[in-house]
Every structure is written in structure tokens, then in C-alpha cells.
Design a protein around this ligand. Structure first.
Ligand SMILES: [Mn+2]
Length: 355
């Protein structure tokens, strides 16, 4: 098992690569979409939470990430002695009509295929994505973790409708007409996923890129009146079974899976790792379940993370795991301190279960 660190777009700097290396990480997962674009609604020094208005503005729909910039990023990471394992998430600007089944769907799908070919050509083996209409919405922020550490969670469902021009909790069209995005059904959402997988999987397979699906965060049946895809462990299996393909893989989020109302987290870890379908892992802990859970430090939530590692080791999981999110620690570098704490814990725990 390998240790990695996830970095948001504005954090993809040499200093942060060195920070990761110093904390014992060997791999980087890069968020290349800028969730804080246009000012954003919370500090860039933590995971984005935003408000009903979303996180920030999506990027430029006409500006696809190029092979040159992805290749340069991979080389920069490698120059610090690390490996670029994955890109995490599409920019909503590049695929909003794939999610919404809108008029630009085919054109955007072709663009995404070009992007995945370039990701492969740049030597990046995994692309993490989250097939979600409302995205990571409905979370609250507060002193939920040990020692009053600032963290995020959920305090009841959020089903206020999503305004036109918004998808995946970001605004892709600030000039959209008034009104709300009509609610899709769960069946329609699965049909949209089917189209997406049919288009992308052959391309990804040929490009040597694993398409790794994140479960819903938060995993409610609906968020903002829109259906969710993977809000129970059995639906994660449905996603895999829908299109058996070596490129159809999982961005396995222990936190989101533990927040689900059904299933047992240890059985879930066992089942998916035994299938060898985990591309990489979001290794984080949580207290409670939707719609009232809180993110915690790695060693204080409901999940016995050492037990999870033992199961992964038994099933010979050899991929990367990153902390995903951590609570902020009270000091001059709250995000970095939280990550360093999680990474140190993970490094020791991986070594312990591997012996
Ligand atoms: Mn996650």
C-alpha cells in the first residue's frame, strides 16, 4: 500500500510537493479543477464547503486541459521525487451537459475523451470522477472534531432546488435564466451514467487510464432535489456490474461509504478490495451517518481504520491511499497540520499491518 497526498489546484506547488515528501508520501493526487475559482465562498486553506450558491465558478468550457500542461505537472511532481498517481474530478465546465443530458452532451463527451487520451499520454494512470448532478452540497462546518477542531458534516438533508446554470455545486453559466434545474429521476441518472461509461471506457482502456468513481458525498438518496447515484454500497457494485471493464474502477472513499445508512464498512472494504476494483482510496474517518454525520480525525471516528487496513492487506491491495479531508488544527498552518497528522498515522499503520 502506498501513501499519497491530495492537493487542490492552487496547492500544486513545489513547496507542497516537498511537504508531501517530508510527511512520507510517495504519490500525489491532483485536483486540477479550481473549486475556489471566482473567489469561492470559503477559505482556500481548507476543503471547499460553500453555500447554496455552490463553491465557486466553473472553469472555461472552451479551454480543455492540454497534454502539455498535464505532462508538465507530472514532470514537476516527479522532479520532487514523487509520482503523479491521479487527477481527481472533471471541471464541471467540461461536462455539465453530460451530467444534465443537455444539448452540448455529445460535443462535451468528445472533449472529455480527448482529455482522457491526453491524461494517458502524459503518464497519469488514474482519473477520479464523481458522476453527480448536485455534487458535494449540503454540508455544514463547525467545531465537530476532537479538541473543537473545525470540520465539516451534515445537519439534516438539503433539498432546496438547484438554480439554472449550476451543476456539481459550481456555477457554469452565471447568465442562466431564472428558475431551477428540473429534477431528474434515479433511472434517468443511471441512463446518463451508462452513456458516459459506454463512451469513455473504451477510450480510457486504450489510453491506459483507470476511470475511478467516487461515491456520493454526502450519500443521501437526493440532494437539492436531484437523485444521487451511489448512496449505498450496493449501488457501487451496480456501477461496476453495469459495464465490466478493466478501466471501470473505484475512487474508494471510506468516509462516504461509512456515512451510508446501509451496509457494514468492513464488509464493504472486503468485498471491493477482493474484487481488485479499487484504483485508489480516500482514507478518512467519520462519526454518524447521513443525514447527521461529522468528519473526524483519522483515529476518533466510528471506523476502526487499522481494521480497514488489515482487510486491505489481506486482499493484497497495493494502490495509493490519501487522507482526503481532515479537520483543521489550531495553529498557523491548520490544513497542513491536519494532513501531516493523518499522513504520519497512516504511514505507521500501513507499516504495522504489512509486517
Ligand atoms: Mn472522498
Amino acid at each position: 500500500m502506498k501513501l499519497g497526498l491530495g492537493l487542490y489546484r492552487h496547492m500544486l506547488t513545489r513547496d507542497n510537493f516537498r511537504f508531501a515528501k517530508q510527511a512520507g508520501a510517495t504519490h500525489i493526487v491532483a485536483h486540477y479543477a479550481d473549486y475556489f475559482n471566482g473567489g469561492g465562498l470559503n477559505s482556500r486553506e481548507d476543503q471547499p464547503t460553500g453555500s447554496d450558491g455552490g463553491w465557486g465558478r466553473a472553469g472555461d468550457p472552451d479551454k480543455l486541459w492540454t497534454f502539455e500542461e498535464l505532462d508538465a505537472l507530472r514532470m514537476e511532481v516527479e522532479s520532487e521525487g514523487l509520482k503523479l498517481e491521479a487527477l481527481e474530478n472533471f471541471d464541471p465546465a467540461h461536462w455539465y451537459d453530460v451530467l444534465l443530458d443537455g444539448p452540448k452532451k455529445r460535443e462535451q463527451m468528445e472533449n472529455i475523451k480527448t482529455l482522457i487520451r491526453d491524461v494517458g499520454r502524459a503518464g497519469i494512470p488514474v482519473f477520479g470522477y464523481n458522476f453527480s448532478i448536485a455534487g458535494v452540497a449540503g454540508r455544514v462546518r463547525g467545531p465537530f472534531a476532537r479538541g473543537e477542531a473545525d470540520s465539516v458534516g451534515m445537519d439534516g438533508p438539503l433539498d432546496t432546488p438547484m438554480p439554472n446554470g449550476m451543476v456539481w455545486n459550481m456555477v457554469y453559466d452565471p447568465r442562466a435564466t431564472d428558475g431551477n434545474v428540473p429534477s431528474a429521476t434515479h433511472i434517468e441518472l443511471w441512463q446518463r451514467l451508462e452513456y458516459f461509461l459506454d463512451e469513455i471506457l473504451p477510450v480510457a482502456e486504450e489510453a491506459g487510464v483507470q476511470m475511478a468513481a467516487h461515491p456520493d458525498d454526502p450519500p443521501c438518496e437526493t440532494v437539492r432535489g436531484q437523485p444521487r447515484l451511489v448512496y449505498q454500497p450496493r449501488l457501487y457494485q451496480k456501477l461496476l456490474d453495469l459495464r465490466p471493464n478493466p478501466a471501470n474502477m473505484l475512487e474508494f472513499c471510506i468516509g462516504s461509504l461509512a456515512e451510508m445508512t446501509e451496509g457494514d464498512i468492513y464488509e464493504t472494504v472486503d468485498s471491493f478490495s477482493a474484487q481488485q476494483k479499487i484504483a485508489y482510496i480516500h482514507f478518512r474517518n467519520v462519526r454518524g451517518k447521513v443525514p447527521a454525520y461529522k468528519e473526524t480525525f483519522i483515529d476518533e471516528g466510528d471506523v476502526d481504520m487499522i481494521k480497514v487496513l488489515r482487510i486491505l492487506h489481506k486482499n493484497e491491495y497495493s494502490g495509493v491511499m490519501i487522507p482526503d479531508h481532515t479537520p483543521l488544527m489550531t495553529c498557523d498552518a491548520p490544513w497542513h497540520a491536519g494532513m501531516a497528522y493523518a499522513l504520519g498515522y497512516m504511514r505507521a499503520a500501513i507499516r504495522m499491518v504489512s509486517e
